[in-house]
Design a binder for this molecule. Structure first.
Ligand SMILES: [Ca+2]
Ligand SMILES: [Ca+2]
Length: 369
C-alpha cells in the first residue's frame, strides 16, 4: 500500500520566480496601470535627495547672507566707533589751539573785542582722515544768569536783577518771569511775588521736582523753571527759553559784562536810559561800522574809562551805571567740530583764562551746549 505522506514543510511547493516577485510589488502610483519598479524607486529617491540638497544649499545661502550682513554691520559699527573716538580726540586737540590763541591774546592786550584773532572763525584744519573747525565765543558778552544769586553777587545783585528784567522785556518775555529765576537760585523757600516759585509750585507738577536753591550749571536748566517750561500753558510767551537762550550763560562765579562783545539786546538791558539809537552807536564805534563782518575801522574800548567817556561825551550820559561792566573776558566757549570718515563730533568746552593768560578747560559737553 502506498501511503502518501505529507510533504515535508521544508519541501513545499516549488515556486518560479518572476522578474517582479509579487511580494516586492509596490502600489501603483499612476493610472497607467504600470507597477512601480526598483528603477522608479531609485529615480524617486534621487529626486528626494535633490530636493533635500537644494534645501540645504538654500538654507546655507540664507545663513551665509545673514552672516555677511552681520559682519558688514559689525565692520561698520567698529568703523564708526573708531571714527567717533578719533573725532572726539581731534576736537579735544582744538582746545589746545584755542587756549594757545587765548594765551597769546592776553599777552597782546588787556581787553577783548570782536576784531581780535580769537574771535575770527578759522578755516577747517586738515587732520588725517578729516578736518577740524573751531569757533570761540565770549561768554561774558552774555548775561550771566548766576549773577542773580545773592551769594555770588551780593554787592550788585539789585542792579543785575533790574538788568535781567530789562533783558526779558527786550526779548518779549514778561519781566516777572525773572522772579522764578531768583527763587530757583536763592537758598530760601520764600516765594517772590508775583510769579516766583519754590518747592510748593514744582512739587505740584507732573512729574514733581524741587527747586535747586543753588546756582545753575547749564542754561538748559531754565527749561524747568516756572514761566520757561516747554509746554507751560500759563506761559503766554510759549517759547520763552528759546527767546532768551542766545543772550544768557551760566558761569560758576559772578562775572562782568564785556561791552566790547555784548549783543544789542544785552547792551539795551544795561540801563533804563539806554535807547536803541545808543545801542547802534556803541556797536558801530566798537565794531568800526554797521557791517559786523568788516572790522577794519573797529575802535574797541580798551578800558572801562574809555567806555564811560564815550557814554558821557558821545551819548550824553554822564551818570551811566557801569557796575559789573568790563572790557575784558575770562570765560570763553569753544565749539569744536571734527569730521572723520562719515562721523561728525561736536565738542563744547568752557575755557577759563586768568589775567596772566593761563587757560584751563572747566567744563565739556558733547553734542549739545
Ligand atoms: Ca584781547
Ligand atoms: Ca529758593
Amino acid at each position: 500500500m502506498n501511503v502518501k505522506t505529507n510533504p515535508s514543510p521544508t519541501a513545499g511547493p516549488r515556486h518560479r520566480f518572476t522578474a517582479s516577485p509579487p511580494s516586492l510589488r509596490f502600489p501603483r502610483i499612476t493610472g497607467a496601470g504600470r507597477p512601480v519598479s526598483l528603477c522608479d524607486l531609485h529615480n524617486k529617491q534621487q529626486g528626494v535627495a535633490l530636493v533635500v540638497a537644494v534645501l540645504v544649499v538654500a538654507i546655507a545661502a540664507v545663513l551665509a547672507t545673514a552672516l555677511v550682513d552681520r559682519l558688514n554691520l559689525d565692520i561698520r559699527r567698529t568703523e564708526n566707533l573708531i571714527h567717533s573716538e578719533q573725532a572726539y580726540v581731534y576736537a579735544q586737540g582744538a582746545e589746545i589751539i584755542a587756549t594757545a590763541a587765548l594765551h597769546q591774546d592776553r599777552q597782546n592786550n588787556k581787553y577783548d573785542s570782536l576784531d581780535e584773532t580769537w574771535a575770527m572763525e578759522a578755516p577747517p584744519f586738515p587732520v588725517e582722515g578729516g578736518a577740524v573747525t573751531g569757533k570761540l565765543t565770549d561768554l561774558q558778552g552774555c548775561f550771566n544768569i548766576n549773577n542773580l544769586s545773592r551769594v555770588l553777587n551780593e554787592a550788585n545783585h539789585e542792579n543785575d536783577l533790574q538788568r535781567f528784567y530789562r533783558l526779558l522785556s527786550a526779548v518779549d518775555i514778561s519781566p516777572m518771569a525773572g522772579t522764578a529765576v531768583v527763587d530757583w537760585l536763592d537758598d530760601n523757600m520764600e516765594t517772590t511775588p508775583p510769579d516766583g516759585a519754590e518747592d510748593d509750585w514744582y512739587m505740584g507738577l507732573t512729574p514733581p521736582y524741587r527747586a535747586a536753591n543753588g546756582i545753575i550749571t547749564s542754561i538748559s536748566e531754565l527749561r524747568m523753571l516756572r514761566g520757561f517750561e516747554k509746554n507751560d500753558t500759563e506761559n503766554a510767551d510759549g517759547n520763552a527759553f528759546e527767546k532768551l537762550a542766545p543772550y544768557i550763560c551760566a558761569l560758576p562765579i559772578a562775572t562782568t559784562i564785556n561791552v566790547n562783545t555784548a549783543p544789542d539786546k544785552v547792551l539795551k538791558s544795561l540801563s533804563a536810559e539806554m535807547t536803541d539809537d545808543d545801542v547802534s552807536k556803541i556797536i558801530e564805534h566798537r565794531n568800526g561800522g554797521p557791517d559786523p563782518t568788516d572790522n577794519t575801522n573797529a575802535e574797541p574800548f580798551e578800558t572801562l574809562d574809555q567806555f564811560k567817556n564815550f557814554m558821557h561825551l558821545t551819548l550824553n550820559k554822564p551818570d551811566f551805571p557801569t557796575q559789573n561792566l568790563g572790557v575784558a573776558t575770562n570765560y570763553f566757549l569753544l565749539e569744536a567740530t571734527a569730521q572723520t570718515g562719515n562721523n561728525r563730533s561736536t565738542l563744547y568746552s568752557i575755557i577759563q583764562r586768568d589775567d596772566n593768560g593761563s587757560c584751563h578747560v572747566i567744563a565739556r559737553s558733547q553734542g549739545v551746549w
